[in-house]
Ligand binder design. Structure first.
Ligand code: MN
Length: 493
């Protein structure tokens, strides 16, 4: 059988594994529709064009997305590249599928590379409009981008670099903000060799012996841990993941590390997947029984205290053979899926819910984590509607979405996700818009600081309140970073 047909059968098998009663007939029709539309087209690689939408659909099925998204994946290039009309898609596959294809087509026409700031803003805005109607648009676009990056070698050099930069600057960030960690690192590593070819070569070659050594070490640890688990009747899956190359390179370049591989503890991290939260803690105990935790680096419990993007896991750094430090990550299967597939997992869960299956409580838990992840998307849509001025809109997006984030804590342990360079004033408005109006002074990690103090990752921030509400100072506008703070201050000016 032709390899393309085999892959299509694989796609249907994937669907069957998580969608109990999907409409096989509809998927077959979408498949025939796409094949006919792309019949005479070829990819730059020389392969039949249809291989591309098929790979995109396969990827979407690995994220366990619903039937409509899979159909949109199969059809996503038909309007862009062939004579097919949206009306025809709507007639055959429904409103939702045609809207997703429309959104993907619009985003595909946007080019970010080499544009002026103004055009860049307008493009970003168009992209957000297209994806805000239906988030599945961006999921299809991300899958499209992953496959295009995998086949980037066949494009001309100039296009390679343009696409790689766009991938790193826009799509990897979007994937991260959607909580799709796995997709983010995949995109980054696909772009890396095209943008920094020499650095890529260097880190690949120099890391080889360390990776090999670490793997042997971890294999050994795995055996011992599994034996201990067996004694304590913990059922677990243990694997390891290699630190991906771009983030390894970034870390090696840090002044404190300076290419000393011995200082990188998670070049390969061990991952322990179990069924329940209780087993997570039981596993932690069992691991520490065999391997002592490293003082001061110790344990981070993101189960008791999830990161603001919903990430849950326990991380511990332990001494293994010869004093080598190894990072061990412990989480449930469900947390793992959330961490890797983020927003996409949200659809998988809501799909489960629609079919009213399995245990409702854990499904609810999955969705509530995702709601957190979806928060910034809702914020984006709201700005898009409210901020008519395009400079203000760009500033909002650049500051709040595409920038690096820091996590800070309130005195009672709540976690807040703020853009880099945020100040206690930003923090106050993030806690509650009203809170900013009582802001008198602030402490960071127990010490008084000025209100324009730049917060750092992990800071504990305390706001001292005035008795009565006060008018925010105009000066604050010169240093606040978040859009919400700016808007609230202006409102009360
Ligand atoms: Mn495509």
């Amino acid at each position: 059988m032709e390899i393309i047909q085999e892959k299509f059968i694989q796609l249907k098998q994937n669907l069957k594994s998580y969608l109990e009663n999907f409409d096989e007939d509809l998927i077959n029709r979408a498949w025939i529709f796409a094949q006919e539309a792309h019949e005479f087209q070829k990819r730059k690689s020389g392969e039949k064009y249809i291989t591309h939408p098929l790979e995109v659909a396969l990827l979407l099925s690995s994220w366990k997305l619903d039937e409509t998204t899979i159909i949109a994946g199969l059809l996503h290039d038909t309007v862009e590249d062939t004579k097919t009309s949206l009306a025809k898609i709507k007639e055959s596959f429904g409103e939702d599928a045609s809207q997703i294809v429309d959104g993907v087509t619009k985003i595909t026409q946007i080019r970010f590379g080499g544009s002026s700031d103004e055009i860049y803003v307008e493009n970003l805005r168009k992209m957000i409009v297209a994806m805000s109607k239906d988030l599945r648009v961006i999921l299809v676009k991300l899958a499209d981008r992953v496959h295009n990056m995998k086949t980037l070698e066949y494009l001309e050099k100039e296009k390679q670099i343009e696409n790689a930069i766009e991938t790193l600057e826009i799509y990897a960030h979007l994937a991260e903000r959607l909580g799709m960690g796995e997709v983010k690192v995949q995109l980054e590593d696909l772009a890396f060799p095209y943008i920094y070819p020499d650095e890529y070569k260097k880190v690949t070659e120099l890391s080889k012996p360390y990776l090999k050594e670490s793997e042997e070490l971890l294999q050994n640890m795995k055996k011992k841990i599994l034996m201990e688990f067996h004694k304590e009747k913990i059922k677990a899956q243990i694997n390891y993941r290699q630190k991906h190359l771009l983030s390894l390179w970034r870390k090696l370049e840090r002044p404190g590390i300076n290419w000393d591989f011995g200082k990188i503890y998670d070049i390969i991290a061990m991952r322990i997947l179990v069924d329940s939260i209780e087993e997570c803690y039981a596993s932690l105990g069992a691991v520490h029984k065999l391997y002592k935790p490293v003082p001061f680096l110790g344990v981070s419990d993101f189960i008791a205290q999830p990161k603001p993007n919903g990430y849950q896991s326990i991380h511990t750094k332990v001494f293994s053979k010869g004093g080598r430090i190894v990072e061990v990550q412990i989480r449930t299967h469900k947390m793992h899926e959330e961490a890797e597939y983020g927003v996409a997992a949200h659809w998988a869960y809501s799909e489960l819910k629609k079919n009213a299956s399995k245990d409702d409580e854990s499904i609810e838990a999955g969705v509530s984590v995702s709601k957190n992840k979806l928060y910034w998307v809702r914020q984006l849509v709201q700005w898009q509607e409210e901020l008519k001025d395009s400079d203000e809109f760009l500033a909002a997006v650049k500051q709040d979405i595409l920038k690096e984030r820091i996590f800070v804590f309130s005195p009672n342990g709540d976690v807040f996700d703020l853009p880099e360079g945020a100040t206690p004033v930003d923090f106050a408005y993030a806690v509650h818009t009203d809170f900013g109006n009582y802001l008198k002074s602030s402490k960071v990690n127990g010490k008084m600081v000025s209100l324009d103090h730049k917060l750092k990752n992990g800071d504990m921030v305390e706001i001292l309140k005035s008795k009565n509400p006060r008018k925010p100072s105009e000066k604050w506008l010169s240093f606040v970073k978040t859009t919400i703070a700016k808007r609230e201050i202006k409102k009360r000016e």
